[in-house]
Design a binder for this molecule. Structure first.
Ligand code: AN0
Length: 309
């Protein structure tokens, strides 16, 4: 059975990009594909863009989407093994998943890193139970360590806006008040390794991503050096991967916020962010000289002058 949980499972990236371009140009061409098929979208965490765009994609393909917000209206699910269920969780995930599987033909799952155990997060214990027990093809709508739908949309956007064959793409860490998962930056780095772009990661000391995701990418702790000559600036906060500080906010350095001055170091770069973005934390409102692109499916590639408001 085919699952989609990592960029690598896309196979040939160029073929996937060509197919995506076709689907964007002909959104209703495959209306018959999903006839009488149901896709269940299971959210353990909040979502705006993924929730809307995945439902819209399903409708465009003639499928029936069912959305389940596990924490709002369903029984609270226990996910650990051997737990005495005397707390607030009424049902075990082992009973819930087969029911979900029986009601649909494929399942999308959003389950963020919990930062309780690095091993549990990096072993994708929630997502893998859906793969094991639902009996249906599973796709990730951001799981603990990867967000391939986001990355695929990001690469489509870069392909649409790049003005040279091998643009310089800089993914820079930026400050945030809460610990955010590594899924988006991990997948972005994984996706970049499938392209021939000039890819650089800039992050403070202690914030290096897991080596399996960094791969052969250039990593620097000097943001200004990374931004020099960039064609795309991809800003993102993530919490540390390092074992002793895993999932903790140990750096709040506003010197890493992407500002107008920082963007002036670039080659008039496009600014990108997966959203939601905290203004004047990740990126300042005063970046009007830069260009912005937002990359989400059917709104993908939308570009606007980046003024405040
Ligand atoms: C999530 C994250 O950083 O992984 C979702 C991004 C698409 N962001 C927040 O929780 C704010």
């Amino acid at each position: 059975m085919k699952h989609f949980t990592s960029m690598k499972q896309l196979g040939d990236l160029q073929a996937a990009l060509a197919e995506a371009a076709y689907v964007k140009a002909n959104p209703f061409a495959d209306q018959a594909l999903g006839h009488n098929k149901t896709v269940l979208l299971v959210f353990f965490n909040n979502s705006l863009r993924t929730r809307l765009s995945t439902q819209k994609a399903a409708l465009n393909l003639g499928m029936n989407p069912i959305v389940l917000d596990v924490n709002q209206g369903a029984w609270k699910l226990e996910t650990g093994r051997g737990v005495v269920m005397d707390g607030d969780k009424s049902e075990h995930i082992l009973e819930a998943i087969p029911v979900m599987g029986s009601m649909c033909d494929m399942i999308g799952v959003r389950s963020f890193a919990r930062f309780e155990s690095r091993d549990d997060d990096y072993n994708e214990v929630i997502l893998n139970q859906f793969i094991q027990y639902s009996g249906k093809p599973v796709f990730s709508m951001e799981a603990a360590i990867r967000h391939p739908l986001q990355t695929f949309a990001d690469i489509i956007t870069i392909e649409e806006y790049k003005t040279k064959p091998r643009p310089k793409v800089v993914m820079t860490w930026a400050p945030h008040p809460r610990a955010l998962p590594q899924a988006v930056p991990n997948s972005f780095a994984e996706g970049m390794s499938m392209t021939d772009y000039d890819f650089v990661i800039a992050n403070p000391e202690g914030y290096d991503l897991a080596p399996e995701f960094v791969g052969n990418a250039k990593v620097t702790h000097d943001q200004d050096e990374a931004l020099a000559g960039a064609d795309f600036v991809y800003a993102k906060n993530w919490a540390p991967y390092r074992e002793d500080i895993y999932g903790k906010v140990v750096n709040y350095d506003m010197g890493w916020t992407v500002t107008k001055e920082k963007m002036a170091l670039t080659n008039d770069a496009f600014f990108m962010h997966c959203l939601p973005v905290r203004r004047n934390m990740i990126v300042s409102d005063d970046r009007p000289s830069s260009r912005c692109c937002s990359s989400r499916y059917d709104s993908g590639g939308e570009m606007r002058r980046a003024g405040p408001g």
